[in-house]
Design a protein around this ligand. Sequence first.
Ligand code: SAH
Length: 318
Amino acid sequence: MLVGLGPGSHAHLSARARAAIAEADTVIGYVTYIRLVADLLEGKEVIRKSMTEELDRAVEAFERARQGKRVALISSGDAGVYGMAGPTFEVLFQAGWTPESDIEVEIIPGASAINTCAALVGAPLTHDFCAISLSDLLTPWPVIARRLEAVAFSDFVVALYNPKSGRRTRQIVEARRLFLRHRSPDTPVAIVKSAYRPKQRIEFTTLEKMTECDIGMLSTVLIGNSSTFIRHGLMVTPRGYANKYDVDSGTAHEGEKPGRSLSSGLTGWLAGIHASGLGAAELARIHRLPEDYIAALLAEPLESPEPLSEAAGEEAGA
Ligand code: SAH
């Protein structure tokens, strides 16, 4: 059983995760995670491993399972998010294991730091978001930098995992530098340390000032998109209703219809670029999209607008 413990408090440990630990003969995990559930481990074989012994943990779990033991391999947050699920499958596949073999694998999801840290600061993930780990222990820096650059450019809300450690202090400085190429220095940033644990700490800052804050191994850094704001101590990313509706009256703006794509949605936007009379190069610059993509769209005949009857089935507010 690959068990995600959630952030660390028992209140946020799922019922299935708790049951999995109760069912287990053997519990294997990083020392800190074992400590988080220490009171649930009475009478069990407990194997504590250090941070760098990930593969050992997986091998040990496989060996115990082969002996007929029920094994819980525990991760904080979700076991599949920068956790033990991947390395475990690698070890299993290497040993010739298949899902049909007599060792059963169950993955038990847990709330990941991106979710729990977001919940503590408000509603920062209401629009598109992604996670990037700043750990270069197993990932080359150019790969990390390229992803930072891409999400900064494309205006995602981003959660930075593993932002800083005793030895890795410059990665967050470089992340800030890449973000400032595309984002305003006032972009809201929240730093959440030890979410739902006794030493929990929340700090609001800006992209400009974030590197002056206390950031460590147990912090997650949430960087807002260009619409994210902080009000009354809450970090909020609007979903986009303001594009379509008057927020006070709830009525749709002129040219916009409830239940239909925005006038600047795919269909409306396509009609617009065709009607504009502008060339692909100019449109590419305005919309910050590749010129060959725009050129391909302009070369295709415009489809007739979607029939009215289809609108009824659309998701509310989409
Ligand atoms: N599997 C975990 C992530 C492990 S990577 C999950 O899904 O959450 C370790 C990183 O996760 C830390 O460096 C930090 O960025 C983040 N993290 C894990 N637990 C956290 C917590 N309680 N509070 C804040 N950040 C946390």
